[in-house]
Design a protein around this ligand. Sequence first.
Ligand code: BGC
Length: 784
Amino acid sequence: MKKLVFVPLAAAALLFIGQSVFAQGNLPQFGKDPIKDIIKHMTLEDKVKIVVGKGFSLPGLDMGSNDKTPDKIFAVSGHTIPIARFGIPSVSMADGPSGIHRWAMTAKDSANNAYSTAWPVGTLLASSWDTTLIRRVGVAFGEEIKAYGIDFILGPGANIHRNPLGGRNFEYYSEDPLISGSSAAAIINGIQSQGVGATLKHFAANNQETNRNSVNEIISERALREIYLRNFEIAVKRSQPWTIMSSYNLINGTYTSESNDLITKILRDDWGFKGFVMTDWFGGKDAVAQLQAGNNLLMPGSPAQIKAITEAVKSGKLSEAVLDKNVEGILNVLLKTLTGKGYDYPDKADLKAHAEVARTAAAESMVLLKNAGNTLPMQSEVSVALFGTHGYDLITGGTGSGDVNKPYAISLAEGLAHAGYKVDKLLENSYRDYLKDYAAKHPKKAMLQEIMNPTPFAPEYKVDGGSAAQKADATDVAIVYIGRNAGEGNDRKMDGDYELTAQETDMINQVTEAFHAKHKPVIAVLNIGGVIDVTTFRDKVDAILLAWEPGEEGGNAITDVLSGKVNPSGKLATTFPAAYSDVPSAKNFPGKEFPEKATMSMIGRSVPAEVTYQEGIYVGYRYYNTFKVKPAYEFGYGLSYTNFSYSKLTLSSPAFSEKLTVSVTITNIGSKAGKEVAELYLSAPKGKLDKPSEELKGFAKTKLLKPGESQTLTFTLDAKALASFNTAQSAWVADAGEYKVTIGASSENIKLAKSFKLVKTIIVEKDHKALAPTVNIDELKSNN
Ligand code: BGC
């Protein structure tokens, strides 16, 4: 009885204290009640807080804040705004594709060892042509993201390598959409298997850094669908990333983040994307247009965006139903996050175990470009003269948000020493003194300046003929080491970047002359983030190992390959052209500027610009092969310390219906165990559309085959693999006729071929009409 009286009294007391307290008790709660119910109870102010991030502020840098609750994770790139009444937490997002990036490390963070593994960059991982390996990296990466309590990692980046000068190519995978999309899907599946979200970026066509916030990319619908969107399509369909980041640029006149065609019609309606879309940081111009397009979340979020959206709803310019839909898209994903589930993270990661994964992945992906007279592998007892500053100062990965707070970076000098090689000490000491002196004279700048304008590396140390000759007497082998770095905000330059610097050429000349005079070999190691001109030195050296940017274990991984502990099995996922002028986009990169229309905003001066993708679908090997332009090293190329034979190419049927299976047997016919990547190219019959001479439609890697051992690899072709995008029909169409399947060790080194027929033309997939250019593009045609 007592109880019965007490309850209504308590309720009455609560009512008396304040209506809101009572109401709060009855509000639907995040994680317990349906998201739709929460939205029904939200005020306009609440809803706007969900679609605009918390703001960007770091110690000493405040770019506007929407919410003062302390950040859950220190110095990562972004957070959402919490709403306590509904139990909606703030979730955190950290860069980037090659490891966790914190914009500032406090003494406490360092003391707690809050460092993160620097994984091999995307371009190196893609060179493995091994999605199982890439997934393994994703799993370890995901464990680390989870261990540090981060909800979303802002990666992978999957844009196409349109031009070798692209400043962020290192973050991306390939010039080919199949490799790019498959690699992205593999890492996303690995990361997300750990219960943390991946953010596939930058959607789409962010293929240059020059004027990245203002450049209008004029691209045909076909080139978009077959090249610049196909990579994302494959990744979305195979891995359903929790989130996608729209890019900074415009496509055919509209900012990607404001494009309903891109974000709703293509991404959601054509491809079935289920997650939410966020902007790139401060990307796009019009917050209302972004929400209308279906770009759910505006990052990092500014007070001006909150104001614009609130006013637009009040004035009827933005319907509240559209806002609700964007809110729902975000909250549905937040339910899955670590924070959404109340996960209590240890804030400690198993960096030792992850370093092992990073080392294996790097070594398994490096590409052996040249090995004259079996210079490599190096015998264990040889002494080495290591020339080149970066041989002592590894470049693990690129700059900006792609940089990682790594615990260490193993240089090649250290890697060689770990493996027991004698590295010439006097030479090492002179390099180390030189680097120390340079660093003291060129201190790093403040954070943002460093991102937009990184402190240049020390120029190559001068090697004179006398010292090269001395080393040629004193040691058995020379290594010439070339380093390059780049990052967001800037494209690379020709002079001293795509091309060698005068000092580097001098170093190679002195060393090769001196060592060759003593009949001793010279090995070049390329620690680069993007393609360089190899034609000026490849004939001078005896072997070339392309290590790309291999992450923190780089020096150990390079040594694993040089020593033969790992037999190289990587292949180029991007072409090394014979001349920059051969690159199909060379005439149209980075486009025209309109400085008279420049404006200022919080991200600095913005110059409107325009670039026309005149090369159309002829990107990378699609161009070089079709137009018979011989590159320095072709797409798909890479050597091994053993040899393989290809046999028994079998098609499941001489005629295509729905699917076709292709198999081929690979045999190790050399004397060392090794792995081989087999590449399947398809040549489609001439129909109504212009077609490349061949396109990659499948790839597979063998296990480690012992000498004499064989393995049969199988590939499946579906109807879409046969199809091209027909703009007039907005459809993927497979033309009737004869299709030639070729299996190669590279795009030029074709081993076996067979054909099948498609009896009737099929419309494989009908898509929305979207992203049509508003101007005429004089597109390249092969007239095959
Ligand atoms: C980059 C993104 C990055 C974001 C957050 C932008 O400048 O383009 O890739 O994720 O910053 O740091």
